[in-house]
Design a binder for this molecule. Structure first.
Ligand code: PMP
Length: 356
């Protein structure tokens, strides 16, 4: 039976990527060594990093005045690195609160400096994206979470703050590489790889050059973007194997036709799933229509007396795995990132119809 893994992250990876990872784990590029055994100073690994950075620059059309970093510590470390590096003692940072991850980013920033939460969807149980936020003119940056993994909301239009002189910063952990974006809108983007881009263990940071080395405070060396920019992500031992899997994932996306094609596929997958949720009398989507995520699709039983576990077992028997909603909202959540094949979404829709 074909298994489809709807996990929110770490999430499914394409077969060719897993095959390449399997081969590289035994023997890398004719060296007779596993990639896991190889020094990050060795030529093949340095070339791997160079190639992976070039690939992502090409796929995302990253302008020349941006640096690409491959870091560790997950997106959660970025919650602190961003204010450590970009928030001066006498400055302030605007945040939009759209779910648990942005709440965590806010609480880390509060430990470092002044935070203004300029908009929040907390009162709506995070089921929408606040519209027309009013950033403070004097703030250094505005932080958003572009896709809310738990609640299934996603920005369709990013706040425009360039005329304020502040930088837009986005946690794109759960929708990076799902569609083309205009990088020049952002001062900094970060994303853990383990949803749309590869396995856990590596975090992508894209940072505009003028934001590197601000030197606002004396911070630990490892927390300083400048450290990693100067050493091209090789200041310390980087997560080589995770970067290799990202490299393969980038090539897989490129072979599909790049991010324009990826966006078309992702829109098609999500729209057929939402159509089923809207048409099937058993289910409803808890998310505001215009803010529905193309990546994480939560849905619940219309009738609260229905048994979630029974539907989960029904799906499980059909090879449809990890559909349980996040513990904070219950119900179901289908994460349909880049690597989820359309057949997986079709199989879920079929199961929903049959269950009805
Ligand atoms: N931000 C978002 C939007 C996430 O979905 C997650 C992880 N699920 C995180 C941050 C935290 O990422 P990490 O576990 O890599 O620290």
């Amino acid at each position: 039976m074909k298994i489809y893994n709807f996990s929110a992250g770490p999430a499914c990876l394409p077969g060719p990527v897993l095959n390449a990872a399997s081969l590289a784990s035994k023997q890398y590029k004719g060296t007779g060594m596993s990639l896991m055994e190889m020094s990050h100073r060795s030529k093949p690994v340095v070339e791997l990093f160079e190639e992976t950075s070039s690939l992502i620059k090409e796929l995302l059309a990253i302008p020349k005045n941006y640096c690409v970093l491959w870091l560790q510590g997950g997106a959660s470390t970025q919650f602190s690195m961003v204010p450590f590096n970009l928030l001066p003692d006498n400055g302030s940072a605007d945040y939009i609160e759209t779910g648990s991850w942005s709440t965590k980013a806010i609480s880390e920033c509060k430990k470092i400096g002044k935070v203004n939460v300029i908009a929040s969807s907390k009162n709506g149980f995070f089921n929408f994206i606040p519209k027309n936020p009013r950033p403070n003119k004097e703030s250094n940056y505005l932080h958003i979470t572009s896709n809310n993994t738990i609640y299934g909301t996603q920005y369709k239009v990013y706040p425009e703050i360039r005329n304020y002189g502040a930088s837009l910063i986005a946690d794109m952990s759960s929708d990076i590489l799902s569609k083309p974006i205009d990088i020049s809108q952002f001062g900094l983007i970060y994303a853990g790889a383990q949803k749309n881009m590869g396995p856990a263990g590596v975090t992508l940071v894209i940072i505009r050059e003028d934001l590197v080395g601000k030197g606002y405070r004396d911070i630990p060396t490892m927390m300083d973007y400048e450290t990693h920019v100067k050493k091209e992500s090789m200041f310390n031992t980087p997560p080589v194997f995770s970067v290799f899997v990202v490299n393969q994932m980038l090539k897989w996306i490129q072979d599909l036709g790049g991010l324009d094609s990826m966006a078309i596929i992702n829109e098609r997958k999500a729209s057929k799933l939402y159509q089923e949720i809207d048409n099937n009398p058993l289910f409803i989507s808890p998310v505001a229509f215009e803010d529905r995520s193309l990546m994480n699709v939560p849905f619940i039983f219309k009738d609260k007396m229905m048994n979630d576990n029974d539907f989960l077992r029904f799906c499980d028997k059909r090879g449809l795995k990890t559909l349980k909603g996040h513990r904070s909202i219950g119900g179901f959540r289908a994460s349909i990132y880049n690597a989820m094949p359309e057949e997986g979404v079709d199989a879920l829709i079929e199961a929903m119809k049959e269950y009805k």
